[in-house]
Design a protein around this ligand. Structure first.
Ligand code: NA7
Length: 538
């Protein structure tokens, strides 16, 4: 039935990751018939695709999982930051508990969708010519649904193996004794470099912007400890995470950086840094991301710590310069495990491509603009994604007037509440444009937005509303809100995927809602409580 040439359902969800699964589970409880279309061959979203060497989540458990007791009660992890295999096993557990797969059509790529006004139905088309009719269309694509491949000439001529991180072969790539080039220093590049260095002859790390990595402080966790924490502590923790700025298990402290003496500050930083994970980023002084002077203090501390780990002076200047490449935390820090010690080894190379960009790929390796050939056997493109908006712009979505979303968003993104669009009645999306997305923990974000979407659909049903469309006026105000909040922060100063800078030609703007969960929840709740404020309903 899921693969019928013409499928009819109350709710069609696109994407079977954290977001799509949550929506299906909650909407089934309302008695709605739901189907998921998923391009991959299994549930798991990004974890279905991510199998590059060392792939591991950068948010500690239990923050990176569903708060649903029927799921967490009998699931245990082996460590604070689980890797792909464990995350995939988690999704199998989720399926066992929530019975998701039976309503999924896998290998099903959506290539178009439009709202048919006369019938009040969304018509969704797949790559292989099937269609689905649904009352609601829900988009749960994740923020990284479209890969970014640089357009260097010669990629096909490379004699070795070349893969984008999110298309890494499931069976793996043999890197033993090979020269492995890693392009990119985001979380992905750092993990690939660390992992492949274990058996590679050498790692060549290409650095356009050094990542201001934080120590992961990976730790095993016993089943006993988790069972103990489940008695009361977990429930409170999940409630707490909904009320933190970024939906993690910690939050900024109610103090500005310069209020503390240099000694107190040093102690404070030391504690946060050594705790590992994002604490130094998200549980720092509250002005870290708002004030350049405060930020510089944090950067100086980070640089001191990191520089001490690199003995090679040239590498030290590239990876942890005295002058910050950008304000600390305005690009997502990667979590590292001995990354700096690994790169410091003489056999591994650090290649600065900030002013000497990669020009082409040739059979033997990578050529930079100074004409130098960097010979290698494997190339890992850890070059990221057309983040946040790329996925939705790339699936043939059309508004009620037949205008493509890619056209609507060409010179700036407009949404209302980061979940709805003018011209797209009865369509909702999550973990995407102008939601808390980039500044949030994924599972927290999909639960907050998922609950809102489910409540909106329930309200429509209870009030006999069959048509619900955001106004353009409401979109304009939401965009202003996002911009106004962002302008108070330091994010706009830095070139990053948060601002759309990583994709040549992409419109530069704040792509996510940077106001934190408490404010986001309040604003989105208001819209519902005030009777679909900002929407036209019928
Ligand atoms: P990211 O974080 O977007 O990182 C991509 C990296 O690739 C980044 O270091 C880029 O440098 C680099 N890049 C991109 N294009 C080029 C070119 N043309 N030349 C050299 N280097 C280039 O992607 P990830 O996959 O690591 O992580 C994505 C998110 O997934 C991450 O934030 C987590 O939330 C999970 P740049 O920094 O732009 O100079």
């Amino acid at each position: 039935e899921n693969y019928a040439k013409e499928l009819e359902t109350d709710v069609l969800i696109v994407g079977a990751g954290f977001g799509g699964i949550y929506l299906m589970h909650k909407l089934r409880q309302l008695g709605l018939n739901c189907k998921i279309m998923e391009a991959g061959t299994n549930i798991g979203g990004i974890w279905h695709w991510n199998c590059y060497p060392g792939a591991r989540v950068d948010s500690q458990i239990p923050v990176y999982e569903y708060s649903l007791p029927e799921v967490w009660k009998d699931w245990t992890w082996s460590c604070r930051y689980p890797g792909t295999d464990e995350l995939r096993a988690y999704f199998e557990h989720v399926d066992k508990k929530l019975d998701i797969k039976k309503d999924c059509a896998f290998n099903t790529r959506v290539v178009g969708a439009h709202f048919d006004k006369p019938s009040g139905r969304w018509i969704t088309k797949t790559e292989d010519g099937r269609t689905a009719k649904s009352k609601y269309l829900l988009l749960a694509l994740g923020f990284a649904a479209k890969r970014h491949f640089p357009d260097w000439p010669g990629m096909e001529s490379f004699e070795g193996e070349l893969h984008h991180s999110s298309f890494w072969p499931n069976e793996g790539v043999d890197t033993k004794g090979k020269r492995v080039a890693v392009i990119g220093t985001g979380s992905t590049g750092v993990q690939i470099a660390q992992e492949t260095s274990k058996d590679a002859a050498s790692v060549l790390q290409f650095v356009r912007t050094p990542n201001l990595c934080l120590p992961m402080q990976q730790q095993a966790i016993t089943v006993e400890e988790q069972e103990r924490r489940k008695q009361g502590e977990y429930q409170k923790f999940f409630e707490y995470r909904l009320n933190t700025f970024a939906g993690f298990g910690y939050d900024y402290v109610e103090k500005n950086t310069l209020e503390d003496s240099p000694e107190e500050r040093e102690k404070f930083y030391e504690k946060r840094f050594e705790a590992g994970g994002f604490e130094f980023w998200l549980a720092n002084y509250k002005d870290l991301l708002f004030d350049n002077k405060a930020n510089r203090e944090a950067y100086n501390f980070w640089a001191k710590k990191t520089r001490a780990r690199i003995t090679d002076p040239a590498k030290r200047e590239i990876l942890a310069p005295l002058e910050p490449p950008h304000a600390f935390g305005t690009k997502r820090p990667s979590l590292e495990q001995n990354y700096y010690e690994m790169l410091d080894k003489p056999e591994n190379k650090v290649i600065d491509v900030s002013n000497n960009p990669i020009e082409k790929i040739v059979p033997k390796g990578i050529v930079t603009s100074d004409g130098k050939l960097h010979e290698c056997d494997v190339i890992a493109l850890a070059t990221g994604f057309d983040s946040v908006t790329g996925g939705m712009k790339n699936m043939g979505l059309k508004d009620v007037d037949g205008v493509e979303l890619s056209e609507k968003w060409k010179a700036g993104t407009f949404s209302y509440l980061g979940m709805t669009l003018n011209g797209y009645p009865n369509c909702f999306f999550l973990y995407g444009a102008q939601g808390p997305t980039a500044f949030s923990n994924g599972p927290t974000c999909v639960e907050v937005q998922g609950d809102w979407i489910v409540d909106a659909i329930k309200k429509m049903r209870d009030e006999g509303i069959t048509y619900c469309e955001a106004t353009h006026e409401a979109e304009k105000q939401w965009r202003e809100k996002v911009t106004e909040l962002s302008d108070k922060t330091l994010f706009g100063q830095t070139k990053s995927w948060y601002m759309g800078d990583n994709i040549p030609g992409k419109f530069r703007e704040q792509l996510s809602f940077p106001g934190g969960f408490p404010l986001y929840k309040q604003l989105t709740r208001n819209a519902l409580d005030r009777g679909f404020e900002g929407f036209v309903t019928a």
